[in-house]
Design a protein around this ligand. Structure first.
Ligand code: 7TS
Length: 412
């Protein structure tokens, strides 16, 4: 990481853009370390939501009146912003969904139903979130396809040799995350995509934990599908995208039927709309899509490299401080990570740690983080997870460490 080449961000100034951070929780200043679950929203995103409802709320695409045209333009401007954000070749390769969960379901359901056959194989990794497991199980059951799982090393990395062994002419789909929500591991997806393409499989990347932290270039990666949730990149909840290669999306049947996704409807026969509208049935989440453009603007203004550099410093600092606490065991020690650190403390349940930290105004996540198979493979019920965003500081990490020291002392 080129930490020395990028200018330092003014974190205090950035914090002022996040009204929610300026509050006390349980009588203590809020320290928000649950960013992998959802990160907070800058004022420009919040303002975009209220401006939309105050000034130009209207249903999109079909209206010819001024407000409808304005709303349509704003909605489509976000599509252009997301195209640029992930460097997609065509704007119609960007489909708005509710987020990663819906994006994976769309591909599993539409692509899977059309192209999977009995005995075909789907490869997932042992690091996956439930939303990149269950939709595949559902379609695999329906089509009598088989799921194969790549094993994870003790540091929380994908075992690439095992992946190589699993790949064969039977492999039709590979679905892996760009970065793990539980351990922070950044996966070697470019290499994995190339390997999958060599056996003729298509690849879906779950980018939930990457979009706010890592540069994404779908042309360079060569992935067939890439999924993003807006709420994990400083945008509103309830929206996100599915990127898909145009030639694949064109071959895929619609996911949901309804208004907007059609060209002509008769009771005898319906023809479908062109991309991307074929996959956007019904009135979409217009306001949140419109505000997502501001989240992209926020990230672009700071620069992903600068964000990553600050978060890398926070992660290194937290890792070093946590490792110095004798009863803390770090979970997830991959060489390349986004700003997520999971840990357990011998003899104390993660939930108890979470509750005691909350009493000090510190928000962390505890439990299996929707990665139960991963926790099982690590022999854990769950972890405590601290995840950092651009507005977090080393001083906040000091408060966390102090809190943990007191908890350990109190319980021993
Ligand atoms: N994939 C990964 C890697 C995730 O981290 C999450 C959400 C999802 C998929 C699902 O995204 P959604 O926006 O559709 O819900 N992860 C978490 C988490 O770690 N804690 O709460 C939600």
């Amino acid at each position: 990481m080129t930490t020395l080449l990028v200018p330092a961000l003014d974190i205090q100034k950035i914090r002022e853009e996040f009204p929610i951070l300026n509050q006390q929780v349980n009588g203590k200043p809020l320290i928000y370390f649950d960013n992998a679950a959802t990160n907070q929203k800058p004022k420009r995103v919040i303002d975009a939501l209220s401006t939309y409802y105050e000034k130009y709320n209207a249903n999109i695409h079909r209206g010819i009146h001024t407000l409808a045209e304005k709303a349509t333009r704003a909605y489509e401007d976000t599509r252009l912003a997301m195209q640029e954000f992930i460097h997609a070749k065509h704007v119609e390769e960007i489909i708005f969904t509710r987020g990663v969960t819906e994006s994976v379901n769309l591909v599993a359901s539409s692509y899977g139903r059309a192209f999977l056959k009995e005995g075909d194989e789907i490869i997932l990794s042992g690091l996956e979130h439930h939303s990149n497991i269950v939709p595949w199980q559902m379609i695999a059951e329906e089509k009598k396809a088989v799921i194969k799982v790549i094993t994870i090393t003790s540091s929380g990395e994908i075992d690439i040799d095992h992946y190589r062994q699993l790949l064969s002419s039977r492999t039709k789909i590979v679905a892996v995350n760009h970065a793990s929500n539980s351990l922070g591991t950044i996966n070697p997806i470019k290499e994995m995509i190339t390997m999958a393409h060599e056996v003729g499989a298509v690849v879906l990347i779950d980018g939930a934990q990457a979009s706010a932290h890592l540069a994404i270039d779908v042309i360079d990666l060569g992935c067939d599908f890439y999924c993003i949730s807006s709420h994990k990149m400083y945008g509103p909840t309830g929206t996100g995208i599915l990127y898909g290669k145009k030639e694949l999306l064109e071959k895929m049947p619609p996911y949901m039927g309804g208004g907007e996704m059609i060209k002509d409807v008769t009771f005898a026969r319906t023809t479908y709309n062109e991309l991307p509208y074929k996959f956007e049935a019904g009135t979409p989440n217009i306001a949140d899509v419109v505000a997502l453009k501001e989240a992209v603007g926020f990230i672009n203004q700071l620069g992903k490299e600068n964000i990553a550099s600050h978060e890398y410093e926070l992660l290194s600092y937290a890792t070093q401080k946590l490792a110095s606490l004798s009863s803390v065991r770090m979970i997830g020690t991959a060489s390349k990570k986004v700003s997520v650190q999971s840990f357990v403390i011998e003899g104390i349940h993660p939930f108890d740690i979470g509750q005691m930290l909350d009493a000090r105004g510190i928000a962390v996540r505890t439990g299996h983080h929707c990665t139960q198979p991963l926790m099982d493979s690590l022999g854990l019920e769950g972890t405590v997870r601290a995840s950092f965003a651009v507005y977090n500081t080393k001083e906040e990490i000091d408060v966390l460490i102090d809190g943990l020291k007191r908890i350990i002392k109190f319980l021993n």
